[in-house]
Design a binder for this molecule. Structure first.
Ligand code: F3S
Length: 411
């Protein structure tokens, strides 16, 4: 089996920014944080945020003066912003800068007397907010039928076309071409964001060469759904899944070329989880998943500790040393805080691995070799660097290679 993971995956800048703002606000203020609708369209992340204290509300009346409110990455209308200010709530603005840019483009063009056409999904939160900036001098076009109806109309103003930031590139270009034929002095501003473009280009490049594609992400996520649609056109066996449990191994053949991609609001670890599940189809993958199970880790820890204590043979000592290293480094290398996989980092099972690994190394320090204490401090130092978001994923790998050399030297 050949499994390829998307190069462009993990949270996009806007999503990462919104989640960071939520987490920092919650950490600093110990107060619930309210949001109008989900901050991003990913149920796994929304559930985690809700566990941390983010509450979703639907109307301003649900708030009282002094409450903390986060504006989601999709943005809100100027009317709603005004209502919030009048209510006296404290606003934390997580509107993605790319979305804010489209809002100001619309505002400026409408102020200059133009009529704005937004190519996007009518019911989507971002589009609903965008159209409100047009103050009646704009329209959202979602499909060809609406486009046909629109070009029948006589518009006495110059037209400016923009896109929902997560729009499909090909569809936007096609609609612009049709509009240009009818309105030759049209202004086109392609506002599809880079995160969307890169992911779409990659799917176009890889899906056609794959036997099976998994698109991981929220079922309501606009950008994930578009990736799915693009891929489905190129590879019939394309599946949009939100959770690893949705992977049906019966649909995969052992010789399949599998491509796995993810939406901009999907945590990176969700894609890796899907990849591990797919690998279970092959023998080595099955073994790996067994080795990666919590039961195995706890059992091995107890087994290696007890045996190392009872029989002070070098083989057991080395086994325990490397098992400790494995626990510690595998737990840390799962995280890439650059992509804000903060929830996984906080998850008890991953943290448990790290703590068990450190305990094992301390145990070895006490009973066998004081030099291992150095490794303990080394790992705690790397843990600190990761938790402060000071090193990249590549550097993390480098640190772990060094740690294994150090272990060999110490052993
Ligand atoms: Fe922003 Fe694009 Fe992400 S608009 S929220 S960077 S998908």
């Amino acid at each position: 089996m050949n499994i390829k993971l998307a190069k462009y995956a993990g949270f996009c800048m806007g999503v990462r920014r919104a989640i960071t703002l939520c987490m920092n606000t919650l950490k600093q203020n110990k107060k619930p944080l309210y949001s109008f609708g989900p901050i991003i369209h990913n149920n796994v992340v929304i559930q985690e945020l809700s566990n941390h204290g983010v509450k979703i509300i639907e109307k301003v009346d649900d708030l009282k003066s002094g409450d903390y409110v986060i504006i989601r990455s999709h943005g809100i209308s100027p009317v709603l912003r005004k209502e919030l200010k009048e209510k006296g709530v404290i606003i934390f603005d997580a509107t993605c800068p790319k979305v804010a840019r489209v809002q100001s483009i619309i505002k400026k063009n409408v102020a200059d007397g133009l009529f704005v056409v937004i190519i996007g999904d009518k019911g989507h939160a971002e589009t609903k907010a965008l159209i409100s900036y047009a103050e009646g001098s704009g329209i959202v076009i979602s499909n060809e039928e609406e486009l046909r109806d629109f070009i029948k109309k006589d518009i006495d103003k110059q037209i400016c076309v923009v896109a929902q930031t997560t729009q499909e590139i090909e569809l936007f270009e096609k609609f612009c071409k049709i509009l240009k034929n009818k309105f030759p002095n049209l202004i086109i501003v392609n506002t599809i964001c880079d995160a969307t473009r890169r992911r779409q280009f990659e799917v176009v490049e890889k899906a056609g060469k794959s036997d099976l594609v998994f698109v991981v992400g929220g079922k309501h996520s606009a950008n994930t759904t578009r990736l799915y649609e693009i891929s489905k056109n190129l590879c019939d066996k394309t599946y949009h899944i939100e959770k690893t449990e949705e992977v049906d191994l019966n649909k995969i053949n052992k010789k399949d070329r599998v491509f796995i991609t993810a939406g901009a609001s999907t945590p990176l670890w969700a894609m890796y989880d899907v990849a591990s599940k797919v690998k279970e189809k092959v023998f080595l993958g099955k073994i790996k998943s067994l080795l990666g199970s919590k039961t195995f880790l706890v059992f091995s820890f107890i087994f290696s500790s007890v045996i190392s204590f009872l029989i002070k043979g070098s083989a057991f000592y080395i086994f325990s040393l490397f098992f400790g290293l494995f626990l510690t480094s595998s737990s840390l290398s799962l995280y890439n805080l650059k992509n804000l996989d903060i929830f996984k980092f906080n998850s008890s099972s991953s943290l448990l691995r790290f703590v068990l690994g450190i305990i094992l190394l301390i145990f070895l320090t006490l009973f066998y070799n004081i030099g291992i204490l150095f490794l303990v401090f080394y790992f705690l130092f790397v843990f600190y660097l990761i938790s402060k978001n000071l090193i990249s994923k590549r550097q993390i790998k480098f640190f772990f290679v060094i740690s294994y050399y150090l272990a060999i030297l110490i052993a």
